[in-house]
Structure formats: structure tokens, C-alpha cells
Design a protein around this ligand. Structure first.
Ligand code: AMP
Length: 285
């Protein structure tokens, strides 16, 4: 595996591959890699000849400085995983190379409507930071394909919209949420959970599955959202939202919609977890 933190070296490496007509896939991450990231890498490998993984804890997308400070940085362990997974290039730039003028950028990418609801309303500026760094990474690597997780469902939709609206020639692919045996979605935040909260955390996926069952039984969206929120609160969560939306634009569900997604964000102690479950209903409800 090649590895660089330097922008010029990155550009020249990928340029060499492109001149040989090799297809390049990018998997953007913030490191602390787990099975979820490895699933993205496998998808990238199937799509392309060369797989580039970026590891960059992007300060621009953190709305709370203490979150940025406690974000786990585990580059050595990450490197071992990437070598084992046959990744071609690890790009791990420093903050100064990505933001040489500091974080007060005059050019930023916004995806209005999609970026200020749900996660965006709880984490102001978060998606602007995400869209801006992903746009920069796309310009640096110029991949043919990029792979993201459904775990960050709203992020995925925002990035799809960004490449469409800005004519960025990158195909976006997505991978379902990778989970622990008890259903908890893998996340770098899980490591912050106290032992007793870790045991309770499985209730989050249970609430999603229960919402799916009730949707399939034809129960109303409002009643399912209320039941899910109550169940999580009884399990010790503080719920930011548990909501059922249209899968393609996160709009409110209309009578004949069949592609839906249940999205949840909730706190256990001082750890905020998010998860989601796409749900497809048969059209002859
Ligand atoms: P992160 O390093 O948390 O910024 O995530 C990098 C990429 O991995 C994003 O596209 C995430 O959606 C994806 N990802 C994170 N956790 C999971 C998971 N449990 N399953 C699938 N994809 C994930």
C-alpha cells in the first residue's frame, strides 16, 4: 500500500493510474476503522482497479469542539486494516494542508433543504462541513466512484444531490449499515459508551425493526413515531428524533409512497447515536 499526506504526491499517483486507464474508487473516512468501513472498501474494490481511502478528521464538520477533541485517532491500527484489505493508497493529510488558510473558508458547499433538517437542525453547519470536504476530496483524487455508508443516510442523500447539482463526474455507491451481533450499528462513538449503556444500546435497532413491522402492518406514521420514541425513552435514551420519511428526499410520507426510511438520533449518557433502516412497502397496501 502507498501512503501519503501530501496533496501533490496524491495527485501524481492517481494521475499515473488514470493515464493507464485504471478506474479509481475513493472511500472517505475519519479513521478509527471498523467492519462498516471495511464493507465500503470491499464495495470500492468491486467497482474499480484502484482503491483510495482517505483518513481525515475534518474539523469543519464538528459543531462542538469537545467532539473534535475526543474523536478517536488510531492511524496505526487503521493502516494495518487497510494493508490487510489490499487498499492501494492511504491518503492521510494534516489539517494545515487541507485548510491552509484556516477554517474560515470563503467557499463552502451547501445543499439547502436537505442540509438543515434532522441532523442538520441538531448540528448546525455539520453538513456544510461534510459537503465541503467531500467536494475537496473529489477534486483532489478525481475518483470515478466513491462509496458511502447508509448509516449516515442524510449525508448520503446530500452528497448524491451535490454531485448531481454541481455536475461532479463521480458515481456514488452506498452500503447497508454494518452492525454488531445485537444490532447496534458500528460507530466510532460506541467506544465512548459506558458498559451498562452499551447493553441498552441494542434498543435502538429494535425500535427501528419494530417501526418497520408496524409500517408493514399499515399503522400510521405518527403513531409509530410516538411508540418508537416512547420505547426508547423507557430504555433510558433521550431521543432527538425518531422519524419516518420518504427514502429519496426525506420529505414527509405521502399515502402512496413505498420507499421509506426510519431515522433515529438519540442519546445514551453523553453519547449521541444515530441509526436508520430503509423500509420498502408493497404498492398494494
Ligand atoms: P466516518 O469515518 O464515521 O466518517 O464514516 C466514513 C464512512 O463510513 C461514511 O460513509 C459512513 O457512512 C460509513 N460508515 C460508518 N459506520 C458505518 C456502518 N456501521 N455501516 C456502514 N457504513 C458505515
Amino acid at each position: 500500500m502507498r501512503e501519503t499526506a501530501r496533496l501533490l504526491e496524491l495527485r501524481s499517483l492517481v494521475q499515473g493510474w488514470r493515464q493507464r486507464n485504471e478506474r479509481i474508487a475513493l472511500v472517505p473516512t475519519m479513521g478509527n476503522l471498523h467492519e462498516g468501513h471495511r464493507a465500503l472498501i470491499r464495495e470500492a474494490r468491486q467497482r474499480s482497479d484502484r482503491v483510495v481511502v482517505s483518513v481525515f478528521v475534518n474539523p469543519l464538520q464538528f459543531d462542538k469542539p469537545e467532539d473534535l477533541k475526543r474523536y478517536p485517532r488510531t492511524l496505526e491500527a487503521d493502516r494495518d486494516i487497510l494493508v490487510r484489505d489490499n487498499v492501494d493508497l492511504l491518503f492521510s493529510p494534516g489539517v494545515e494542508s487541507i485548510y491552509p488558510q484556516g477554517l474560515n473558508l470563503s467557499t463552502r458547499v451547501q445543499v439547502p433543504k436537505l442540509d438543515d433538517i434532522l441532523e442538520g437542525s441538531y448540528r448546525p453547519g455539520h453538513f456544510e462541513g461534510v459537503a465541503t470536504i467531500v467536494c475537496k476530496l473529489f477534486n483532489l483524487v478525481q475518483p470515478d466512484d466513491a462509496v458511502f455508508g447508509e448509516k449516515d443516510y442524510q449525508q448520503l442523500l446530500i452528497l448524491r444531490r451535490m454531485v448531481t447539482d454541481l455536475d461532479i463526474p463521480v458515481r456514488i455507491h452506498s452500503v447497508p449499515v454494518a452492525r454488531e451481533a445485537d444490532g447496534l450499528a458500528l460507530s466510532s462513538r460506541n467506544g465512548h459508551l459506558h458498559e451498562h449503556d452499551r447493553r441498552r444500546a441494542a434498543a435502538l435497532y429494535k425500535a427501528l425493526k419494530c417501526a418497520e413491522d408496524l409500517l408493514k402492518q399499515g399503522k400510521s406514521v405518527n403513531s409509530i413515531e410516538r411508540a418508537g420514541t416512547d420505547a426508547l425513552e423507557r430504555a433510558g435514551f433521550k431521543v432527538d428524533y425518531l422519524t419516518i420519511r420518504r427514502a429519496d428526499d426525506l420529505g414527509n410520507v405521502q399515502v402512496n409512497d413505498t420507499a421509506l426510511v426510519v431515522l433515529v438520533a438519540a442519546w445514551l449518557g453523553n453519547v449521541r447515536l444515530i441509526d436508520c433502516l430503509p423500509v420498502y412497502l408493497s404498492s398494494n397496501r
